[in-house]
Write a protein that binds this ligand. Structure first.
Ligand code: UDP
Length: 373
């Protein structure tokens, strides 16, 4: 048996690792252990529950307002202790979080091979997304099995001198998770009806603008500008806006102050993954600074405005379903107005396509681990 440990700690990592955990659990040659650092707590637990993942280790490391230094130091020590206890043959990490950075470093300190899921994404700027671009570059240095979502991410790694035989083009597991969740929703009309009730304040006649924004590099002036743009969009158009607000106080503060009192703006708590997928399907356009959402929305045929200046996910921008709008107020408003007012432009962007995967990424990852790890 191969002893594999999967380590993750945030909501997006959990959503994207869930299909891998499910696949590896079916393997007769892999003994899988799961360690969650709980860098996020509540919003991680709902994903674990949805995908029926019971962690073997829970480091419960979230503290309010901890600095990156404190978080990284605690992660490194905590994960190191788990690795000493488990002595795995392979350490699986995901993406670009502080958990990814610390876990790959802790594995490297023990000379353990690392498998990096969603490897090879690059924005080209270490400051955007910050600190994620650094996190993923460090993970690359420690990794033996690079599971890249797209050809572009494979090329990024080749350009950095990674051995081609260590790279496996698998697709992004977020599409596996999304397809499974959409299928589950379609198969259960009573769940859909429950979500209809949950969002009964939505007006069926008004287009829905779904918003998420929580990136660290937008804290401060960026958030003020984003919020003012949202206010302009609902003032200038007959639309309704739903914004599940991330629990971080740097986000909640300006959002509640600036957007808290408009009757067509609904600020809600972060949603569990299933109702969030329901709302993405129900929406007309999506405005976000999230990495995962900009990968998911093209599969659902939803145009996306991404409030970042650069993206490490250029595939959907090239395909024309995503536009990078930055965080300047007027640019966000102009692009939203265009989508809401020009049906031809809207139709061009609303092409359903899957630049990030076909739903089989986790199966490919399992095959590589079974055959080569
Ligand atoms: N998501 C969710 N509930 C929400 C908002 C987002 O389940 O209220 C999901 C979304 O579908 C995507 C993931 O969380 O799969 C994105 O997470 P986030 O934006 O926190 O992180 P990023 O992708 O930017 O790393």
């Amino acid at each position: 048996m191969k002893n594999v440990i999967a380590i993750f700690g945030t909501r997006p990592e959990a959503i994207k690792m869930a299909p891998v955990v499910t696949e590896l659990r079916k393997s007769s040659v892999v003994n899988l252990r799961v360690c969650v650092t709980a860098q996020h707590r509540g919003i991680l637990d709902q994903v674990l529950a949805l995908f029926a993942i019971a962690p073997d280790h829970d480091l419960d490391l979230m503290l309010p307002n901890q600095t990156l230094d404190q978080l990284t130091a605690r992660l490194l020590t905590g994960v190191g202790e788990v690795l000493d206890q488990e002595r795995p043959d392979l350490v699986l990490v995901h993406g670009d979080t502080s958990t990814t950075l610390a876990s790959s470093l802790a594995a490297f300190y023990r000379k353990l091979p690392v498998g990096h899921v969603e490897a090879g994404l690059r924005s080209g700027s270490l400051l955007a997304p910050w600190p994620e671009e650094m996190n993923r570059r460090v993970a690359t240095l420690a990794t033996r099995f690079h599971f890249t979502p797209t050809e572009r991410s494979r090329q990024n790694l080749l350009a950095e001198g990674v051995d081609p035989s260590h790279i496996h083009l698998t697709g992004n597991t977020v599409i596996d998770a999304l397809i499974e969740t959409v299928a589950r929703l379609r198969a259960a009309p009573e769940r859909r009806a429950a979500f209809e009730r949950q969002f009964k304040y939505l007006d069926s006649r008004l287009p829905l603008v779904l918003v998420t924004a929580h990136r660290r590099e937008n804290f401060g002036a960026g958030f003020e500008s984003i919020c003012r743009a949202m206010l302009d969009i609902v003032t200038e158009n007959d639309v309704q806006l739903v914004y599940p607000v991330h629990p971080n106080p740097n986000v909640r503060g300006p959002v509640e102050r600036l957007l808290g009192s408009h009757p067509r703006i609904h600020l809600i708590d972060p949603l569990d993954y299933e109702p969030f997928v329901f709302l993405m399907e129900r929406s007309h356009i999506i405005i976000t600074d999230s990495g995962g959402v900009q990968e998911e929305a093209p599969s659902l045929g939803k145009p996306v405005l991404v409030m970042r200046d650069t993206t490490e996910r250029p595939e959907a921008v090239d395909a024309g379903t995503v536009i990078l709008v930055g965080t300047a107020q007027q640019r966000i408003v102009d692009e939203a107005n265009r989508l809401l007012r020009e049906p031809v432009h809207y139709a061009r962007m609303a092409q359903a396509m899957n630049p990030y995967g076909d739903g089989l990424a986790a199966k490919r990852i399992r095959a590589v681990i079974e055959e080569q790890a």
